[in-house]
Design a binder for this molecule. Structure first.
Ligand SMILES: Nc1ncnc2c1ncn2[C@@H]1O[C@H](COP(=O)(O)OP(=O)(O)OP(=O)(O)O)[C@@H](O)[C@H]1O
Ligand SMILES: [Mg+2]
Length: 385
């Protein structure tokens, strides 16, 4: 749904007097229309008072508390293990002492034997006691273990690249099947730019990209004006079909192709950060779910050396965790970025430096950026009216 459709739904819900349940992965929208959040977890439904942002804060707090408990349990385990070790060493030492005293004649054989037996008995009881304590501490560690899907990525070396112009369009028109969709386009993209483009469904956002990259059909074309593309520009267009991922190859092979200069170990590490672990990496890409494909595509992009990445509605159909991973991957990526999306929450977190809106068949710069989502949203709504 574009923003206009979402806004109508919001207005409808504001005036609706009954109760409603919304199933959605759009945080910005949810914040505006809900005040209780249900989470479906493997152990049942968990209810949080508050809208999505408050839910997210609550989850952060829960996670931190859980991590602290786990850390405390690990410390306790270490302490228990150290105590057990010391006690055992002490018992062994006392047995050795008895033997030494016997050898130097300060006690007789019987006394030495007694000391030995006593030492052995106390070692045995102590051992059992400590084993039990260590087992208990171990269990506590296992119980408090936190499953976190947080991605911490490998740090790629920053390419020492000069800023260069990638796309320069001045005064061109976009036509799709003879129909004029956008006129007098002024668009300049340089390396390092991070651009967001928003516009109503059918306004020509995807067609503009396809025309620039000369993709597939001849239906979308740019005519008149100046259209210049940097020579040898490596651009990747990513929509929900994830063409970037070669379905005939495995997950690992796709990663290798994305950056042949990285070592096997680094590739595995990065795959792990995007939750592809163990034998999973040898799975064929053809069997992956939509969300998994998105994750793999972003893992590939995070290590690719591409000049321009174009994302077309990348968060549609993705759950909130996968969007989180996408945010991390995109923030690692260092080339120029062009994003078509109506997901304000997502846009607000990927460091957009320029905003464009398609209004009345023209491409216009926005005054506000997604980093101030409320103002940005209001400005965009006006372009639909
Ligand atoms: N190959 C084609 N042949 C004919 N018309 C086309 C073709 N491709 C796109 N169009 C039309 O061009 C218009 C713009 O389509 P486009 O996909 O660029 O819109 P969009 O802004 O990306 O929309 P959405 O937000 O729904 O993705 C639409 O009316 C669409 O039907
Ligand atoms: Mg589109």
């Amino acid at each position: 749904m574009d923003l206009e459709a979402l806004e109508s739904l919001r207005q409808f819900l504001l005036n609706f007097t009954g109760a409603y349940v919304i199933v959605s992965h759009k945080p910005f929208f949810l914040d505006q229309v809900t005040d209780i959040t249900w989470e479906l977890t493997p152990v049942g439904l968990k209810v949080y008072g508050g809208n999505f942002s408050q839910y997210r804060e609550q989850k952060e707090i829960e996670l931190e508390a859980a991590l602290r408990s786990h850390e405390a349990a690990r410390k306790e385990l270490k302490r228990t293990q150290a105590t057990a070790m010391q006690e055992q060493q002490r018992a062994a030492q006392s047995s050795r002492n008895g033997h030494a005293k016997f050898l130097n004649g300060s006690i007789d054989r019987m006394a030495a034997g007694l000391i030995k037996t006593k030492a052995e008995v106390s070692t045995g009881t102590a051992k059992k006691k400590h084993e039990a304590a260590v087992a208990k501490a171990n269990q506590k560690v296992a119980e408090t273990k936190v499953k976190t899907t947080k991605v911490t990525s490998i740090q790629l070396e920053e390419k020492n690249q000069k800023r260069r112009n990638l796309i320069h369009i001045q005064g061109a028109n976009l036509r799709v099947s003879e129909r004029l969709l956008i006129q007098n386009i002024q668009l300049h993209v340089s390396s390092g730019d991070r651009i967001a483009i928003i516009g109503a469904n059918g306004s020509g956002k995807s067609s503009l990209v396809k025309a620039i990259l000369g993709m597939q059909n001849q239906a979308a074309v740019l005519e008149s004006g100046d259209v210049l593309l940097a020579p040898a520009m490596k651009a990747v267009y990513l929509d929900q079909t994830y063409e970037l991922v070669n379905r005939r190859h495995t997950i690992l092979e796709n990663m290798q192709a994305a950056n042949p200069n990285l070592s096997y170990q680094l590739l595995r590490q990065q795959l792990g950060h995007f939750l592809f672990k163990y034998d999973d990496v040898h799975k064929s890409a053809s069997v992956l779910s939509g969300g998994e494909l998105a994750r793999l595509a972003i893992a590939m992009i995070s290590i690719s050396e591409i000049d321009l990445l174009i994302l077309d509605e990348p968060t549609n159909n993705l759950d909130i965790e996968t969007v989180e991973q996408m945010v991390v991957g995109i923030n690692d990526y260092q080339g120029a970025l062009w994003v078509i999306s109506h997901d304000i929450d997502f846009l607000s977190r990927i460091n957009i430096t320029q905003g464009f809106k398609l209004k009345e068949q023209t491409l216009q710069m926005t005054t506000y950026l997604p980093s101030t989502p409320e103002q940005y949203y209001r400005e965009l709504l006006e372009c639909h009216q």
